[in-house]
Design a protein around this ligand. Structure first.
Ligand code: GAL
Length: 688
């Protein structure tokens, strides 16, 4: 669901879909580069070494406002002009960034009002990043000015082909409570409720705990400084305001860039809180960028699975993406330092990223900095500038991408099983009043990992996307639910799709309030069920409940619902306490498809209990049957071309009993026969 933003028209490429490839004629390869951190002498060999590693694109300037505008209104582009020209000579093009994540000291000193404020009114101090407020008019004005100056200066420079807006909006700090945000929030609400305070009072249910407002000017941003819980509708609308504010801030920059040079390719790097990537924010862009840092998951066995889910979730937002920052070494900041990738691990992670939708990769960062908060954030080159195994691995990938890049350009990732994911409203509404239950995103991740482990073509798909290619679609427990989604779900089932809906879905409206109808509200006709009792399970071991399906059982952990299944077939029942014999899971045949309703959380035991039946209805098979679970398998296709990726995510050497017939792109072999994959080994086959 996306909010309407001041009625602004999107400026990017239309048609968001998980199947949308990037509209670029090159598969780009390179790194973010910070010439401002190095002397000319230290930079001397950089361009040549980058060219030797087959770089095509370098990203620069996202934190260099103090260099670009050292004094108010005095611009100095000489450092970047020189570097861009030097890179250009080596055939490497440039992506520039608007440097607005780090407003310079002269600006914050002259205008301390632009600093973001926490909920107690304490302004963020200068000295880190993301310290200025996107709503503040003065900051917006300065941001437009630096964007305009850079856009004018580089509009005619053929080496500059792309832009990134700002850097990772809201990655550290998103909930600002400064006076500009107070006022901005009130104006947002005036627009939303047509200046009718009565409408707001009704929508928010302010009759509860005497919250009734007489005027929009009385409404505060929701701060945690209250004796207890606040109003869930109030808080969700505040998050929507924060999303609007960052979208409008970015829109102003995109408008300037597009006017200066319509040919520029514009991205932003996500994904973070309170940014609606499917809304105006994403629709203003040519594609989304996604920064891939798998080592934030400390468990090496689990890491390939979390990386895969995060990539698929990103693809659900706007389609294939560019990776402006891909982890290349162990990252360290404050109190942590990641593991160092093993030999071959970076390469395997890279191909996993490409398999799951990356249409271009830049490694963070070219060389490890010797100072600042990220002096241990390790890049391709070490502090001493010596090219060692990371550089060699990157150079090898660069060479390989000369074949792999063109093979995958224009393709999308094949998905048979779609998991409803990627709606910021749903996820944030859940977190506001979670009842201690997992976020739907976490439930989707659990199922994703299981289906990924067992070799299915699983992906993340928003219900507003086309469901046509899917055999199975699963909605974990989207409590807030938009009734507008129901007709497309119904069409999906009528045409033969299998739909699985988890407990609590469609129990709340778009204001984050509970619906008046018996749950699952607007999904009653589709599912054929009514929920007549529900409850939390806090000590499942003390009062155990099971779902019984045929001769099998699954223990439930968190939640139960008793279903009145008068318009559906009972598939599984409850066993335990007062629920014994009552309906837990239903199935309803509709057209050529089937709808399942599962009256609990979609945990792994519950999923595995009914999976054989679901799989049979959906008719889904593993993508490449016979692939051992230690191997990640993904297919990229455009309907004609088929490019297969097999990646060994386990610790042991593994045998693939058979492989697709075609050209093996990494080693000039023929596919078809059995293949051994070493630890971190990768096989890519373009089918013939
Ligand atoms: C990203 C950020 C980079 C750098 C990197 C390593 O999130 O965009 O600027 O901070 O993390 O911490």
């Amino acid at each position: 669901m996306s909010t309407e933003y001041h009625g602004l028209a999107p400026l990017g490429r239309p048609g968001l879909s998980h199947r949308r490839p990037l509209a670029l004629s090159t598969f780009h390869f390179g790194a973010p580069y910070y010439p401002e951190h190095w002397t000319e002498e230290e930079r001397r060999e950089d361009a040549e070494r980058m060219a030797e590693a087959e770089f095509t694109l370098v990203r620069m300037a996202e934190f260099a406002w103090d260099i670009l505008e050292p004094e108010e209104g005095k611009f100095d582009f000489s450092l970047f002009d020189g570097v861009i020209a030097r890179l250009g000579k080596e055939g490497i093009q440039t992506m520039l960034c608007t440097p607005t994540a780090t407003p310079p000291r002269w600006l914050t000193a002259a205008h301390p009002d632009i600093l973001r404020m926490d909920s107690r009114g304490v302004p963020m101090q200068h000295g880190a990043r993301q310290h200025a407020c996107h709503t503040n008019l003065v900051f917006r004005d300065y941001s437009r000015r630096i964007t305009q100056a850079m856009a004018r200066h580089y509009a005619g420079n053929p080496q500059v082909i792309a832009w990134q807006t700002d850097n990772e909006f809201n990655c550290h700090f998103s909930e600002c409570h400064c006076p500009a945000c107070q006022e901005g929030f009130q104006n947002f609400l005036r627009r939303k409720f047509g200046s009718d305070i009565g409408r707001l009072n009704r929508a928010w249910g302010t009759a509860f705990w005497a919250q009734t407002y007489q005027d929009f000017a009385q409404i505060p941003t929701p701060k945690p400084d209250r004796p207890c819980y606040d109003n869930p509708a109030h808080r969700l609308d505040y998050y929507r305001f924060v999303r609007e504010s960052v979208a409008v801030f970015q829109h102003e920059q995109v408008a300037i860039l597009r006017q200066a040079q319509p040919g520029w390719f514009i991205i932003h790097n996500g994904c973070f809180r309170h940014v609606d990537y499917r809304g105006l924010f994403g629709q203003d862009l040519d594609a989304l960028g996604y920064d891939v840092y798998p080592f934030f998951d400390p468990d090496p066995d689990h890491r390939p699975y979390s990386q895969a889910f995060n990539l698929d979730r990103t693809r659900a937002l706007t389609g294939n993406f560019l990776i402006p920052e891909h982890q290349s070494g162990g990252g360290g900041q404050g109190g942590y330092l990641h593991d160092t990738p093993e030999p071959g691990e970076l390469r395997r992670m890279t191909y996993s990223s490409i398999a799951r939708g990356a249409d271009g990769i830049l490694y963070f960062r070219w060389r490890t900095c010797r100072f600042g908060a990220e002096e241990y954030w390790r890049g391709i080159l070490d502090h001493d500038n010596a090219p060692r195994r990371s550089y060699a691995e990157v150079a090898q990938i660069g060479l390989e991408l000369k074949r792999v890049g063109p093979a995958v350009r224009g393709t999308h990732v094949r998905v048979d099983v779609g998991l409803a994911t990627g709606d910021i409203d749903i996820e944030e509404a859940h977190d506001i009043l979670s009842l201690g239950l997992p976020n739907p995103r976490q439930s989707a991740q659990t199922l994703h990992e299981e289906l990924n482990r067992t070799g299915y073509a699983v992906g993340c798909v928003h219900p507003e996307d086309s469901l046509g290619e899917l055999s199975l679609y699963v909605i974990p427990h989207w409590a807030v639910f938009n009734p507008d989604w129901v007709p497309a779900l119904e069409r999906f089932v009528l045409r033969g799709g299998t739909l699985v809906i988890g407990g609590r879905t469609a129990t709340k409206n778009l204001d984050n309030n509970v619906v008046a109808e018996t749950p699952p509200g607007c999904l009653h006709d589709l599912t054929g069920v009514r929920i007549v009792e529900y409850g939390r399970q806090n000590c499942p071991d003390k009062r155990p409940l099971r779902i019984t399906y045929g001769a099998d059982h699954a223990v439930t952990e968190m939640w139960y619902e008793v279903l009145d299944a008068s318009d559906a077939d009972e598939l599984a029942t409850w066993t335990g306490r007062h629920l014994s014999g009552k309906t837990a899971v239903t199935r309803r045949r509709l057209g050529r498809g089937a709808v399942y309703y599962v009256g609990t959380m979609l945990t792994l035991p519950v999923w595995n209990l009914i999976w054989p039946r679901i799989r049979e209805d959906a008719g889904v098979e593993p993508l490449w049957p016979g692939t051992p679970s230690q191997v990640e398998v993904v297919l990229r296709t455009d309907g004609q071309r088929r490019v297969w990726f097999f990646m060994n995510r386990g610790d042991e050497r593994v045998r693939l009993p058979r492989t697709p017939t075609g050209d093996s792109l990494l080693d000039d072999q023929e596919g078809g026969g059995p293949v051994f994959l070493e630890r971190h080994g990768v096989l890519i086959i373009r089918e013939r």
